[in-house]
Ligand binder design. Structure first.
Ligand SMILES: Nc1nc2c(ncn2[C@@H]2O[C@H](COP(=O)(O)OP(=O)(O)OP(=O)(O)O)[C@@H](O)[C@H]2O)c(=O)[nH]1
Ligand SMILES: [Mg+2]
Length: 354
């Protein structure tokens, strides 16, 4: 029977290996839907646990269940944690009309900003993002809206609203890191730069081109904001299938990036470099400045840089660390041009917990 109602099914424990899987069925038909498969005492609101079995018609077996019914709209039940069982129960209830919803969506729906901030707080990865969430918990948005309402000048009002809109983009990154992808030609020094940024040898570095094949990632914090850096396979023509697959993954990473740091080897002439993708969210980074410094401080650099225009260009040396601080500053300012000040409102309209 399909109820086609607002009854929701929410997995409370993460999918995967575990002893117990906990699920919540919530909505006006929760008990009626569940009762169709229940073998045990009558389902009614009680503060006692109910022990029984769930009839799994699809596999012709019954699963042991402990259930709790705190009110007419809600039944929380616990089964064995194997993914097969948990999924079989879930799909049975979905077939009966329950709609699957993630626990994040369920618990955050309809919440005020302070309630949402409280819900998101455990997922804040840094002290700074925790502080921003605490400010939201303490009513930063309501305060700002009340102040804007009192303003008389149209322009000032608009500026304050625009600032709120700008800060709203940061909302989801309070719990979800920015994605910064290091990409470029093979041997440009992407892995070396990745390691220099992280401060340890996460990626393999080698003089041979085509060293990095898979996407290597590592999370860190920049200026108190969570950032995941991705080291990728370098772009070049190659007959090797494995490397081609790596290059395909580099393309995918670029497509999903908040910012791409395109690494260029200063010792290689421009004519031998792959084309730079025409993208808004790209930062050009010339690497191996130490080599240039030691041969001729101007000629080779000029030749390599000659055809590349635009203001977002940084020169570094992954080997000596020259320019690294400036590169990191540029990265963070591209991700967050104007970070919020203490107690400022950051509307939590867009968020995602992973
Ligand atoms: N002198 C100098 N050498 C560098 C610098 N950065 C990288 N190298 C060297 O360049 C070579 C390639 O470096 P990698 O970091 O493996 O380059 P990659 O871009 O990751 O290469 P693929 O993974 O093959 O695409 C290695 O021999 C590094 O030691 C630098 O700033 N200065
Ligand atoms: Mg590499």
């Amino acid at each position: 029977m399909s109820f086609n109602t607002l009854t929701k099914i929410i997995r409370l424990t993460p999918p995967g290996h575990g002893a117990v899987a906990s699920t919540l069925l919530h909505g006006p038909h929760a008990l009626t839907i569940f009762a169709q498969h229940w073998i045990g005492r009558e389902l009614a609101v009680t503060d006692q646990p109910l022990f029984g079995r769930f009839r799994l018609e699809t596999i012709g077996q019954n699963e042991e269940i402990v259930a709790h019914i705190p009110n007419q709209n809600e039944i929380e039940f616990h089964s064995h944690g194997g993914e097969m069982i948990a999924q079989a129960i879930e799909s049975t209830l979905i077939q009966d009309g329950a709609g699957p919803v993630s626990w994040q969506e369920f618990f955050c729906a309809g919440k005020t900003q302070p309630q949402l901030a409280l819900q998101l707080l455990p997922f804040a990865a840094t002290e700074r993002t925790t502080q921003i969430l605490l400010d939201q918990y303490n009513g930063a948005l309501d305060r700002e809206l009340a102040e804007i309402e009192k303003l008389t000048g149209k322009n000032t009002k608009r500026l304050r609203f625009n600032r709120l809109k700008e800060n709203a983009k940061l909302g989801k990154h309070l719990v979800q890191p920015f994605h910064v992808v290091l990409a470029g030609a093979s041997n440009a020094g992407k892995s070396s730069l990745f390691n220099a940024i992280l401060g340890f040898q996460r990626s393999i570095v080698n003089i041979l081109a085509g060293t990095t094949r898979d996407v290597v990632s590592c999370q860190t914090a920049l200026d108190g904001f969570p950032v995941i850096f991705y080291d990728t396979a370098g772009f070049r023509e190659t007959p090797h299938e494995l490397e081609q697959q790596g290059i395909e993954r580099s393309r995918l990473s670029i497509a999903n990036a908040d910012l791409i740091v395109w690494v260029i080897d200063l010792t290689v002439p421009q004519s031998e470099q792959p084309n730079i993708p025409v993208l808004e969210n790209i930062l050009i980074c010339f690497n191996k400045a130490d080599v240039i410094n030691s041969i001729n401080p101007t000629n080779q650099e000029k030749q390599t840089k000659s055809e590349i225009t635009g203001k977002n260009r940084i020169t570094v040396s992954a080997t000596t660390g020259q320019g690294l601080e400036i590169l990191l500053e540029h990265i963070i300012r591209r991700l967050i041009p104007n970070p919020p000040k203490p107690f400022e409102a950051v509307p939590l309209v867009e968020w995602e917990i992973r």
